[in-house]
Write a protein that binds this ligand. Structure first.
Ligand code: MRU
Length: 345
């Protein structure tokens, strides 16, 4: 997608290093950064400068290629990168795609590039399939950022919106702010501004009320890992939206490439859920009136917090998966069928 008239992916190979957009600084600053060492790649994923399931998979893939080029131990590189974030299976898929052609650094970089391009092709194709669910002026509620920054380009949940906008359907997006790290308020809202999409920010807790008032036509979220039975891990708060959607008869779709499906994990209970530092709940950061970005503590200093980064939405709450090979039901058969279909190139 374009930023200030220039085409970007969330991460890219930059000669002998990896370039990336530092997503922690959005929306108030747009800056790119460079990872030259394996440790810097791991840190960028861990601190969420680079985030979103498909994007961390691509970053991991380039990280393996960088490790080969720098003469690092490839087994150690694989373990280090795999353990940066436990929930999104795309990270493992990206690492495996490149490790499978090791140790030749040239072949590994080619594999990383191919993985990157395949994720972008998938995201774009998700847009075509998902846009068919929208009509003129559809009001879409989305959670977190399953946008182009989370999927290298186009996004997963946002791709149907961007595609529909290009088809003249004028979609409207409710952006769920997504406490604690506010990926909706900070990143999805920024993407909507960049793309000129009509949108409105909503507190996470307001989403159920908007659904009850018939102001949401469809919910589309992304996913970090989809188990063999269709249970889906995604950003904390997704499950609440799914429950509210079911209670109010609103269709709830999960948009994800096939790299997010983990058929080796039988159900959602077996998906590891990342717990992050309580500081992410206790502190909030934003632009103050004097134009400076500040971080402030909200609760009393004595108060502790808990910070599960993801939750699990049971398959029976999901209307369908929007994938690059079409829309499939959230059932084992639906998933198996998706893997039999030809993938876009
Ligand atoms: O913790 P994050 O910001 O990496 O979590 C991101 C999400 O939960 C996204 O919805 C998911 O990765 C899908 S991205 C296309």
């Amino acid at each position: 997608m374009k930023v200030n008239g220039k085409d970007y992916r969330a991460t890219w190979w930059d000669g002998d290093a990896i370039g990336f957009i530092d997503q922690r600084l959005l929306p108030h600053r747009f800056e790119t950064a460079t990872a030259r060492t394996l440790a810097q790649v791991a840190e960028a994923i861990r601190n969420m400068a680079v985030r979103g399931a498909p994007t961390i998979g691509v970053m991991g893939a380039y990280g393996m290629a960088l490790a080969a080029r720098n003469g690092d131990s490839l087994d150690a590189a694989y373990d280090l990168l795999l353990n940066t974030r436990p929930t999104a299976i795309n990270l493992k898929v990206g690492l495996d795609a490149v490790r499978s052609v090791s140790p030749d650094p040239v072949a590994m970089l080619d594999a990383a590039r191919a993985h990157d391009d395949a994720e972008v092709a998938a995201a774009r194709s998700i847009g075509g399939h998902g846009a068919a669910l929208l009509t003129h002026g559809s009001r879409v509620l989305t959670h977190c950022n399953a946008g182009w920054l989370a999927a290298q380009d186009w996004g997963t949940a946002t791709s149907p919106v961007y595609t529909a906008a290009r088809e003249g359907l004028s979609p409207f997006v409710w952006v769920s702010e997504t406490r604690p790290r506010l990926q909706g308020a900070r990143i999805t809202a920024w993407e909507m501004v960049q793309e000129g999409i009509d949108h409105r920010l909503t507190a996470d807790a307001a989403a159920a009320q908007l659904m009850r008032q018939r102001r949401v036509d469809i919910v589309i979220t992304g996913a970090d890992r989809i188990a063999a039975n269709g249970d889906t891990a995604n950003k904390i708060g997704t499950y609440s939206h799914a429950l509210a959607a079911r209670a109010n008869g609103v269709p709830f779709y999960v948009a994800a490439p096939l790299t997010t499906f983990d058929r080796d994990t039988p159900d959602g209970e077996a998906i590891p859920i990342e717990e992050r530092d309580e500081d992410e709940v206790v502190f909030v950061e934003g632009l103050s009136d004097d134009g400076v970005v500040r971080r402030v503590r909200v609760p009393p200093v004595e108060t502790l917090a808990i910070n599960p980064a993801f939750d699990m939405t049971p398959a029976d709450l999901i209307t369908g998966f929007i994938t690059e090979v079409g829309i499939v039901p959230a059932t084992p058969d639906g998933i198996a069928d998706a893997f039999r279909r030809p993938r876009p190139s």
